[in-house]
Design a protein around this ligand. Structure first.
Ligand SMILES: *Cc1c(COP(=O)(O)O)cnc(C)c1O
Length: 335
């Protein structure tokens, strides 16, 4: 399968006026920390609170005439995007999710009129259910990351960032199944071949990082994380997002749960913005000094803001936080 900037330019036309043109804003605090201008792409401002609307809209828009309905597995935000896109097109959506998905995300999807199926303890189990619905009910499955239309939709973010700030030296991209990182890297490198694109993810269950190290897709145990949107495997039969990440990413970096917590607090107290754990891994890696010194401006993507607010309130106020198997001792900002 070939994939190029052409796919992304086509997606730009589909998304115009629906899921494009989010602001790219400077973070004065992070700029001081990293010694270069540090830019935040506000995908938290999308109508569904996350960038996944881009890929989902593009995939649903390209389905053949007469498609009755769609299904997908999701850690929450892809399901929300697919539900939104299906409602717009007036077709049925069935979203399959595991027990690890926070209730706030499940509620958000139901509110858009989609059917929700909760099954099992992992993305893989949710994926199996989604496959079953394809066979049994004739629904079309939309992969959260291993689909050319989805990757092209996410890639429009990279295009917009370089359009707004052509001097960008490094992009820090949250990484899970790699649809976002693949699309953004293809777009950014088409516009500026010298740009560095680094995929960043959490230490707990870093499937793409482990797969890139092994040279083929590997399975990792899926566990609770503040970055719940980054959970799940990349699929043993991965066709597109794995080879694209292998060929286009300059590096991958891992951050701990403590580093994610402290980045969420920093974003809240310094930039007065609210974002999910998955969104702040670029800030986390920068704050933890885990990245090489950039030679020019840095950009990261605040990918989503669909978090559980009571947990977030505890987290920013420095209280202990328990999420499934994860328990994090409280720590106040700056302490
Ligand atoms: C899905 C998601 C990601 C990661 O995207 P991939 O294409 O799976 O790598 C990052 N942040 C948020 C908020 C997400 O929902």
């Amino acid at each position: 399968m070939t994939f190029s900037i052409t796919n992304i330019l086509q997606a730009r036309r589909v998304l115009r006026g629906i899921a494009d043109a989010t602001p790219l804003v400077p973070s004065p605090f992070m700029s001081r920390v990293c010694g270069q201008d540090f830019w935040l792409k506000l995908e938290i401002a999308q109508p569904i609170g996350a960038f996944k609307l881009r890929g989902a809209m593009n995939a649903v828009a390209n389905l053949p005439e007469g498609t009755k309905g769609v299904t997908c597995c999701s850690t929450g935000n892809h399901g929300r995007g697919v539900a939104y896109a299906a409602a717009r097109r007036g077709i049925r959506a069935v979203i399959c999710m595991s027990n690890l998905v926070p209730q706030a995300k499940v509620d958000g999807i139901k509110a858009l009129g989609a059917e929700v199926v909760i099954c099992g303890q992992s993305q893989d189990e949710a994926e199996a259910e989604s496959r079953r619905l394809v066979a049994e009910q004739g629904l079309v499955e939309i992969s959260p990351f291993d689909d050319p239309y989805v990757i092209a939709g996410q890639g429009t973010i990279g295009y917009e960032m370089l359009e707004a700030c052509p001097e960008l030296d490094t992009l820090l991209v949250p990484l899970s199944g790699g649809g976002l990182a693949a699309g953004v890297a293809v777009a950014a490198k088409a516009l500026d071949p010298r740009i560095k694109v680094i995929g960043i993810t959490m230490e707990r269950g870093a499937a793409m990082h482990a797969s890139l190290a092994a040279g083929h897709p590997v399975e990792v145990e899926e566990v609770s994380s503040l970055a719940d949107s980054l959970g799940g495997g990349i699929g043993q039969g991965n066709r597109l997002s794995f080879p694209l990440c292998r060929d286009y990413l300059d590096d991958t970096v891992l951050v701990s749960e403590e580093e994610i917590r402290s980045a969420m607090q920093t974003l809240f107290f310094e930039d007065r913005l609210i974002a999910e754990g998955a969104s702040v891994v670029g800030l986390a890696a920068t704050l933890a000094g885990k990245l090489p010194k950039p030679a020019g401006p840095v950009g990261t993507i605040l990918t989503g803001r669909n978090l559980d607010m009571p947990t977030f309130a505890k987290l920013v106020s420095g209280q202990d936080v328990e999420i499934g198997s994860l328990s994090l001792k409280g720590r106040s900002y700056g302490a």
